[in-house]
Design a protein around this ligand. Structure first.
Ligand SMILES: [Fe+2]
Length: 144
């Protein structure tokens, strides 16, 4: 039987760091004193979307997820919820990109909605990393 990795700090962690860095740039773009216009904001969001979708795909296909599903099937609902959150976060970003595409200026409302979305992505990612690490640790503990 395939054993899950003992740490989730490999490829996923690097991709996670890249995503967080991108989110930081977007956050700068919507800070109170930022001069970015809607086209620039949309470009940042578009870059972030590409990285994020790739990262989500890597998380969903990661060997740890397969191992958890087969060895700890009771965690399957939680894994499905994480995938649902990926879809919801991507759809929310699409709405923000549409809004930026239609906007003539980046107003406070749009800034707030982008910052709120960034917060939700960060919260999701932190929860997902904890979940993965706990599941892998628990699996290793059960085998000791
Ligand atoms: Fe995720």
């Amino acid at each position: 039987m395939k054993k899950p990795e003992s740490s989730v700090t490999g490829t996923l962690s690097r991709a996670h760091a890249a995503l967080l860095e991108n989110l930081h740039k977007v956050k700068d773009c919507v800070s109170a004193n930022a001069a970015a216009g809607p086209a620039e904001l949309r470009a940042f969001l578009s870059t972030t979307r590409a990285e994020m979708v790739e990262h989500f795909r890597a998380q969903e296909r990661h060997s740890s997820m397969d191992a958890i599903q087969s060895q700890q099937p009771y965690l399957s609902p939680a894994i499905h919820r994480l995938a649902d959150e990926h879809r919801a976060l991507t759809e929310s970003l699409d709405v923000l990109m549409d809004e930026a595409a239609r906007a003539t200026a980046v107003d406070d409302g749009l800034r707030h909605r982008v910052r709120d979305w960034i917060g939700r992505v960060r919260q999701h990612e932190a929860h997902e990393i904890d979940f993965l690490q706990n599941a892998v640790d628990q699996d290793i503990g059960e085998k000791d």
